[in-house]
Design a protein around this ligand. Structure first.
Ligand code: HEM
Length: 416
């Protein structure tokens, strides 16, 4: 099987040596990465692979934390995708798929200061605790509606019919996107993140999002509304209106960053509650545990692995990182480091010390964490309030997706 890292073509040889040849798309890593991280942390805390253009995988909390904070050596502006990017937008020039180009990237996540600093400042008010409390009403009503469907049938898919349906509608509500677009956005975001290694799907997702936003922005330029897209169009930086390109990149980021991530966390939590009746019953009996339980689900099942791409040969703790290689921001692996989290592989609903890295660290720490936490809490509360007893139809039917964002894609459950 070919190993064409320049096009991001899939590599199918399964991994035999995780320290020197890991692949985060390997089915074993997608299904159960925890044992792999434990082994690497002891034997080779910075693993290396030549696959996907070459990258390094830290598994210790201290390394992931230090690298995330070192924005001089490990900036985000060179690329943050865990696989080489398909240059969408240039296809138009080559006569394939014409698409507007996001010349500013998707700030703030893809940017370094100063672009990072002021674009992040524009996002934060929309995600403040006060604004998130306003979105809670919509979210609760939505979750309740989704639970109605499962209850009516006595069974359902807690991933595809519940977790997956929530964040896309909440972010659509904030951006001012009609609910009828939810399915289409979900597919586009999966194309971009879950199928990042498949150039055709990735291109389809990016082009879909850009063309949709292009039109939505045009409509609001003509007739402003009270949604986030209009708010951004009316914002200024250094006394100048912010450019259409930056508005487009920021809106694309909110869609991409806010959907797959949050549904993966909700899904993993639903899977845990279905598969661990003792924890489920304890959470129902002791609702005061909800805040620590939510943090623990975020820690234990952190979905997001980002990357930093290096453009000049550099060194990290004796590891020779070559130009063009990536360093994977293994936030999920750091969260399982027993040096920082005693009994790291156990889910402890009342864990007290929990400075997890699910939302990243440093200047790029998740700008939507208030929103994500609210969605996760409300999704769990509404389900458990109406469906306290449920279980997996068959553990073998549960499927997981992995790569940049890891989470369950199917969790058939029945109400008992
Ligand atoms: C459980 C759900 C979520 C998780 C686990 C998560 C995780 C992350 C992580 C790890 C980063 C840091 C990326 C890096 O260092 O390169 C990040 C950044 C970001 N996230 Fe989230 N995220 C979640 C939900 C959301 C939501 C709901 C939104 C908003 C709609 C959002 C918006 C952002 C933005 C704008 C950034 C970039 C911040 C910056 O660069 O300054 N995220 N997220």
């Amino acid at each position: 099987m070919s190993n064409d890292t320049s096009t991001g073509a899939p590599i199918t040889e399964s991994v035999t040596d995780w320290a020197t040849d890991y692949d985060i798309f390997d089915p074993q890593y997608v299904a159960d990465p925890y044992g792999i991280w434990d082994e690497l942390r002891d034997a080779c805390p910075m693993a290396h692979t030549d696959r996907w253009g070459g990258s390094w995988l830290p598994t210790r909390y201290a390394d992931v934390y230090a690298i995330a904070h070192d924005i001089e050596k490990f900036p985000s502006g060179n690329g943050i995708s865990v696989v080489p990017m398909v240059p969408v937008g240039q296809e138009g020039a080559e006569g394939h798929i014409p698409a507007p180009v996001l010349t500013s990237g998707v700030p703030p996540i893809s940017a370094d200061p100063p672009l990072h600093t002021w674009t992040r400042r524009l996002v934060l008010p929309t995600m403040s605790p006060a604004r998130v409390a306003e979105y809670e009403v919509f979210t609760r009503e939505l979750c309740s509606r989704l639970v109605d469907d499962v209850l009516a049938r006595g069974e359902g898919d807690a991933a595809s019919e519940y977790a997956q349906q929530i964040p896309v509608r909440v972010i659509g509500h904030i951006l001012g996107v009609p609910e009828s677009m939810a399915g289409t956005f979900t597919e586009w975001v999966r194309d971009v993140l879950e199928f990042a290694h498949d150039p055709e799907r990735r291109r389809r997702g990016i082009v879909g999002i850009i063309e949709y936003l292009n039109e939505a922005i045009g409509e609001r330029e003509a007739t402003p509304t009270d949604d986030f897209i209009s708010e951004l169009l009316q914002s200024e930086h250094d006394g100048e209106p912010i450019t259409r390109d930056v508005v487009m990149g920021m809106c694309a980021l909110l869609l991409i960053a806010g959907i797959d991530t949050t549904w993966s966390s909700i899904g993993s939590t639903m899977w845990h509650l279905a598969a661990h009746p003792d924890d489920r019953r304890r959470l129902i009996a002791e609702p005061d545990l909800m805040p620590t339980a939510i943090e623990e689900f975020l820690r234990a099942y952190a979905p997001v692995t980002m990357a930093r791409r290096i453009i000049e040969d550099t060194d990290y703790n004796g590891c020779p990182i070559k130009a063009g290689e990536r360093i994977l921001m293994n936030f999920p692996g750091a969260n399982r480091d027993p040096e920082v989290f005693p009994d790291a592989d156990k889910v402890i609903l009342d864990r007290q010390q929990n400075r997890h890295l699910a939302f990243g660290a440093g200047i790029h720490r998740c700008a939507g964490s208030n929103l994500a936490r609210m969605e996760l809490r409300v999704a769990v509360e509404e389900w458990l309030r109406r469906i306290p007893e449920f279980d997996l139809v068959d553990p073998a039917l549960v499927t997981w997706a992995g790569g940049q964002v890891r989470g369950p894609r199917s969790i058939p459950v029945r109400v008992v």
